[in-house]
Design a protein around this ligand. Structure first.
Ligand code: KIV
Length: 294
């Protein structure tokens, strides 16, 4: 396929049916605010996930467990406002779907109705199949999430690569590779349109991909998945947290921020900024600012 054909085949809006049958690898990144969402959309990303990773990136928390429906709804609405093409997916926070399918539908509906997302994501395998089915029956597309599921941090005893569990250890700590494959199949059967596979050996990521008809979107799950997702702040080199092995830093944006701020501090101290070119003259009186709306 040449570049012209590729562009011709690209949809002007990414939808869940397009993702389900995506003819090429699916690209996915996280965002929590309008500006980042608009930049990712301009770059041509397929899916923007408003992840509950906002706990660590935005809120400075150690786990995703404190994130609430109010937090997620607010950040989903901020992101949706900046997006024209990508599919926006809202993460369902801890306890928003585990208690009952009824609660799950109500909370997923909130992310769609108030947050403006086109789909929701929730963590877990067979145990959340009822919740997935109920949400899908309410016409809300669901993205699954198996393997390392951060909301299970206490069961797993920390964030650890999954799939090495020993059968018979009653599912504590880590599931076996087969249990994760079974979880993924249960999520597909429940009606999910795609599934995130996180923190498993690359061979297991490929095995899960081969066992499913819906696309797998890997994060720390190797190159055999049908798409990839990363936390944007990690891949941009913008995070202040230590990044795991599966993250490739595609930029050094954090360093650029520090350098730019240091240059600003220095120019303010030396009265170099603002110069004449950044100052109004009398002739500018009543001049409209570029973001004037009235
Ligand atoms: O919360 C999140 O950002 C996620 C992705 C990293 C998969 O769940």
């Amino acid at each position: 396929m040449n570049d012209k054909q590729r562009t011709a085949n690209e949809p002007s809006r990414i939808t869940t049916p397009w993702i389900a049958d995506a003819p090429r690898p699916i690209t996915c990144l996280t965002a929590y605010d309008y500006t980042m969402a608009a930049l990712l959309d301009r770059a041509g990303i397929d899916i923007i996930l408003v992840g509950d990773s906002l706990a660590s990136i935005v809120q400075g928390k150690a786990t995703t467990l404190p994130v609430t429906m109010d937090h997620m709804t607010y950040h989903c609405a901020c992101v949706a406002a900046g997006v024209n093409r990508a599919l926006v997916v809202g993460d369902m926070p801890f306890l928003s779907y585990q208690i009952s399918p009824h609660d799950a539908v109500r909370n997923a509906g909130r992310l769609v109705q108030e947050g403006g997302v086109g789909a929701v994501k929730l963590e877990g395998g067979a145990v959340v199949a009822d919740a997935i089915q109920a949400i899908v029956r309410a016409e809300i597309p669901v993205m699954g999430h198996v393997g390392l599921t951060p909301q299970s941090v206490h069961r797993m005893g920390g964030y650890r690569v999954q799939g090495k569990g020993i059968s018979g250890d009653k599912n504590l700590r880590s599931r076996t590779g087969q249990q994760i494959v079974d979880d993924a199949i249960a999520v597909e059967k429940a009606g999910a349109f795609c599934i995130v596979v996180e923190g498993v050996p690359a061979e297991l990521g490929s095995e899960i991909t081969e066992a499913l008809t819906i696309p797998t979107i890997g994060i720390g799950a190797g190159n055999g998945c049908r798409g990839q997702i990363l936390v944007t702040h990690d891949m941009l080199g913008l995070s202040t947290r230590e990044i795991p092995k599966f993250v490739k830093p595609f930029g050094a944006v954090g360093d650029a921020v520090v350098q730019s701020v240091q240059a600003y501090i220095s120019e303010v101290h030396s009265h170099q900024f603002p110069g004449q070119e950044h100052s109004y003259t009398k002739a500018d009186s009543s001049r409209r600012l570029p973001y004037d709306v009235i």
